[in-house]
Design a binder for this molecule. Structure first.
Ligand code: BMA
Length: 376
């Protein structure tokens, strides 16, 4: 009897182990080997530290564009980021360059370069409004409903997904192996500024849009090199975060975006408190669901505070085990004369402090992670 009970206990233990391993797999059951490895390694690496990322890092920075090998992060720290964000907006229109003027051909090259050294790729998509033909920031009512199956723009939307799929399948390494990407669809989904956001669709419509999109990419287009990120803006509670959550079977990364808008001690405190509180909720939600927690986008425009990195950002991050944090783009000076950047460049006021931040053992850049650690 005792022996039987013991055997049964061993069986239960093994079974729960298998289930746990299964539950910790990418949502795409046909995900490629490297994509599966990326998922497992992102889970694992969060115990080592937070990987630092930057949007469009290799494409341009403040005062330069398309200089091979250049990066504002590298100019300041001597190292590249570990995570590289790129943007697909305008691919749906067959444009050769995205909405921030990055040629898709160059983008493919940057992605291949980054992948080779063990960089992690995440793609956002500020797709135009398919109902009105205006930009992603045109929140016309009824847009989401119009692109769902049966809607008047469903065919158009499918043709846009075809174009995204066509680009993704060209992302291969030199041996023809598909490069895994984290697809950050319908980001900032609880904000009211994008047509897919906030009150512009019901939670049900949003979930349908998510399921339709992912199933189209996986099942119709046969794309199996993606992890999918569910990505809100600021949120107030776990329930608030999950209002439009489409389900554990179609999400891999859980993230949110946050920007510091106010300066001075008060602004700093508010940022630390908000980010810290949300990261606590996010990591709980992610661990309950075996998903990868990440700060999918952040920034403090023009970083006017010379110690923002160690005095503010680090304080917000340091108690949390998240996989990565992606700073937004160093767009530089626009024709209007206004500058948009979120990371220091040579000579910028927060440059020295960013180097201090770089040296933090729990903040990881490219030299801390390599191909083997991420994709094998
Ligand atoms: C915004 C700004 C814009 C940019 C858009 C899409 O946050 O950086 O300048 O066009 O993202 O990348």
């Amino acid at each position: 009897m005792v022996r039987k009970q013991l055997l049964f206990s061993i069986f239960l233990l093994l079974a729960s182990g298998c289930l746990a391993v299964h539950a910790q797999s990418p949502s795409d059951t046909l995900a490629s080997k490297q994509t599966k490895n990326l998922f497992f390694n992102l889970m694992k690496l969060k115990n080592k530290g937070i990987m630092f990322g930057h949007q469009d890092d290799l494409a341009y920075g403040v005062g330069w564009k398309y200089v091979p090998g250049k990066s504002d992060v590298k100019e300041v720290t001597g190292d590249y980021p570990a995570v590289y964000g790129f943007e697909l907006g305008r691919i749906e229109l067959d444009h050769p360059v995205n909405l921030d003027s990055v040629p898709f051909d160059k983008m493919r090259g940057f992605i291949q370069t980054a992948y080779q050294r063990g960089g992690i790729i995440t793609l956002s998509w500020h797709l135009n409004n398919p109902l009105t033909g205006k930009t992603a920031w045109d929140p016309a009512e009824g847009t989401v409903a119009s692109i769902l199956p049966g809607g008047e723009k469903n065919e158009l939307y499918k043709s846009w997904l075809d174009k995204v799929a066509n680009f993704i399948v060209t992302l291969k390494d030199k041996n023809g192996v598909p490069i895994p990407v984290i697809l950050r669809l319908f980001h900032e989904l609880n904000g009211n500024w994008f047509w897919w956001g906030g009150d512009h669709c019901t939670p049900e419509e949003f979930k349908q849009l998510w399921h339709f999109t992912i199933s189209y990419l996986k099942d119709t287009k046969n794309i199996h090199q993606c992890l999918y990120a569910y990505n809100t803006d600021r949120f107030s509670s776990k329930a608030d975060y999950l209002i439009k959550y489409p389900g554990n079977d179609c999400v891999d990364v859980l993230g949110f975006d946050i920007y510091q808008r106010k300066g001075g001690a008060e602004g700093n405190e508010e940022f630390i408190k908000s980010a810290d509180t949300m990261l606590t909720m996010l990591t709980e939600i992610a661990s309950e669901r075996n998903k990868i927690p990440a700060l999918t986008e952040f920034g403090y425009g023009q970083v006017p505070d010379s110690t923002w990195w160690t005095n503010v950002l680090l304080k917000a991050l340091e108690h949390h085990k998240i996989s990565y944090a992606l700073a937004w783009r160093n767009a530089g000076f626009k024709p209007s004369g206004e500058a948009e950047f979120y990371l220091p460049y040579k000579g910028q006021v927060s440059e020295k402090d960013f180097v201090k931040f770089y040296k933090e053992p729990n903040i990881l850049f490219q030299k801390d992670v390599n191909y083997k650690m991420v994709y094998e």
